[in-house]
Write a protein that binds this ligand. Structure first.
Ligand code: NDP
Ligand code: BG6
Length: 541
């Protein structure tokens, strides 16, 4: 049974116990679930650092930056869901650390809107918070970290105890914090794993500096660089689809595929995060990481095994075959308000008070990358992402070449395989059929695998749930390795520098639109055909 299939079972099991109210059954199902998950990882991924998932020993999960946005919106909720579902080792404690003079009670209150606690989970929820502790301290003060170490030690009874540090922090304090962890707070009798969040630098040099710094303190197997898109169901599905099916393999190449589009769209603007966003822009925020990661999974060769390093070796190989991006292969946009609308949509990016009035930071980008290898030579890989667009969507769209030697007077439209990551996970193939009935005509239709109907019994876990559990289990399969990161920056850095040095102006597009029309023109010139003729009829359930 493949590891991925086991993972599906895991998800099924999660759903199964989600609907069961009996606590004993819940615990039992969780055990089955966890055992399956660990087994699914074990064959390919264990023994990186000689340690596995040590269920019976204490684990301390330390959230550095516990008072912040990421901690409140993502990390605490994820830890609670994992705890609720019994997926964490039995003796897991949680330690918040930040500069704020706050308390666990206050953190709890701030997290409340994101925790999604059901009425029947109230006592379990209280139990979760009793395992939480908080310590206030500076990020650049060794004594404070020594104190943190002492406090953590109190929860580490027994011969083995492991520590996980989650750096939910701005990059400006990464260096100090990691030095202090290394000097004062490494697990004295177990493993230590460090989870870090993007941004991993701003460009090739700064990222390399950070990687070099981390490499002096920790081994690569201790570092878990999160790209949460790698925790999404349909992104994880790409390997199974490609390498677990015979039908796709033979057509997955330049002879059959015209172009590949990987897109991310959000229907809202910066929403008060303008200050952060303006420093980075959409290319650094989404394209260089989330979309490029998806590209590598779509384009890589079959790895020798499912071992994380075999997979990551293939991903790096693809990246190495991509030349740095050039400005004429890019369309940049920045949203302006829609005067017809009310509320946020009325405001443009430059109306955000945290954004400088003359900002040229793109909130939309379309780039065409080319992979110089035997499989993909000549096939444009189009990465497209934007904020304040017409819809929320992330998808991979593989457009096949026109049928050669057409006998149907130009009626056949191109086939497309669409892998919709969100919202509503789905996989559909757009294809031609004879129009049902008397006439010998043809029409576009689809083979449709909508997860919401086919797997309605399965509750898909959140990306962070999967990834944090992976860290407990010691699986680096869905984490970014240092060499992947440096290749990713190599591709984007010259363009990013050029944009900044030449102050390349983004094209304005209206809030709620599909983005600048120039992007569609670049698509057309890159072998993507849009006919507008396809109609989808949502099946009635
Ligand atoms: P369409 O042919 O309607 O759209 C194809 C692509 O063209 C999209 O990427 C679209 O959005 C882009 N596009 C739109 N206008 C233009 C233009 N003027 N120039 C260039 N590109 C353009 O097919 P879809 O696959 O999008 O399907 C239509 C609808 O049906 C979707 O909402 C889809 O989710 C739904 N559907 C759902 C299924 C399911 O849930 N299982 C199955 C099949 C369809 P953009 O560029 O803005 O991203
Ligand atoms: C983050 C970006 O990495 O991903 C945000 O920094 C973006 O700008 C978010 O909104 C989108 O994530 P998701 O999972 O909601 O698609």
């Amino acid at each position: 049974m493949s590891a991925f299939f086991k993972l599906c079972l895991l998800i099924g099991a999660v759903r199964a116990f989600d609907s069961v109210t009996n606590a004993t059954t819940d615990a039992k199902n969780s055990e089955i679930c966890l055992a399956l998950y660990r087994k699914s990882l074990k064959s390919k991924d264990m023994d990186h650092d000689g340690t596995h998932f040590d269920g019976q020993y204490p684990h301390v999960f330390i959230i550095l930056g516990a008072s912040g946005d990421l901690a409140r919106k993502k990390i605490y909720p994820t830890l609670w869901w994992l705890y609720r579902d019994n997926l964490l080792p039995a003796k897991t404690f949680f330690f918040g650390y930040a500069r704020s003079k706050t308390s666990i009670e206050e953190i709890k209150t701030k997290c409340e809107p994101y925790m999604k606690v059901k009425p029947n989970e109230a006592s379990r929820y209280q139990e979760f918070w009793t395992l939480n502790h908080y310590l206030s301290g500076q990020y650049n003060n060794r004594t404070d970290f020594e104190k943190l170490n002492q406090e953590i030690s109190q929860f580490e009874k027994g011969p083995i105890a492991n520590r996980l540090f989650y750096l939910a922090l701005p990059p400006s304090v990464f260096e100090d914090v990691t030095i202090h962890i290394k000097n004062t707070s490494m697990a004295p009798k177990g493993w230590t794993r460090i989870i870090i969040e993007k941004p991993f630098g701003r460009d090739f040099d700064s990222s390399q500096k950070l990687s070099d710094h981390l490499a002096t303190l920790f081994s690569e197997t201790q570092i878990y660089r999160i790209d949460h898109y790698l925790g999404k169901e349909m992104v994880q599905n790409l390997m199974t689809l490609r390498f677990g099916n015979r039908i796709f393999g033979p057509t997955w190449n330049r002879d059959n595929i015209a172009s590949i589009q990987i897109s991310f769209k959000e229907p809202f603007g910066t929403q008060g995060r303008g200050g952060y966003f303006d420093e980075f822009g959409i290319i650094r925020d989404i394209m260089q990481n989330h979309l490029l990661q998806i590209l590598t999974l779509v384009a890589m060769e079959k790895p020798a095994t499912c071992h994380p390093d075999d997979i990551r070796n293939e991903k790096v190989k693809v990246l190495k075959s991509i030349k740095p991006l050039e400005l004429n292969d890019v369309v940049l946009g920045q949203y302006v308000g829609d005067p017809q609308k009310e509320g946020e949509a009325k405001l443009g990016y430059l109306d955000d008070p945290t954004v400088p009035k003359d900002s040229i930071t793109p909130t939309y980008a379309l780039s065409v990358l080319r992979i110089n290898n035997e499989r993909w030579d000549g096939v444009p890989f189009i990465l497209k992402c934007g904020k304040a667009l017409n819809e929320r969507k992330a998808e991979v769209r593989i457009q096949f070449e026109d049928v050669p030697g057409d006998i149907f007077d130009g009626k056949p439209k191109r086939n497309e395989l669409v892998i919709r990551v969100q919202p509503g996970e789905a996989l559909y193939v757009k294809l031609m059929v004879k129009t049902p009935g008397m006439a010998f005509d043809m029409e576009e239709t689809e083979l449709d695998l909508t997860y919401g109907s086919r797997y309605s019994h399965v509750k898909l876990p959140d990306a962070y749930e999967r990834l944090i559990l992976d860290v407990f289990c010691g699986s680096q399969m869905h984490f970014v390795r240092a060499d992947e990161l440096s290749e990713a920056w190599r591709i984007f850095t010259p363009l990013l520098h050029q944009i900044e040095q030449e102050r390349v102006k983004p094209i304005p597009y209206t809030y709620g639109s599909r983005g600048p029309k120039e992007a569609d023109e670049l698509l057309l010139n890159n072998n993507f055909t849009y006919t507008g003729s396809y109609k989808w009829y949502k099946p009635s359930l």
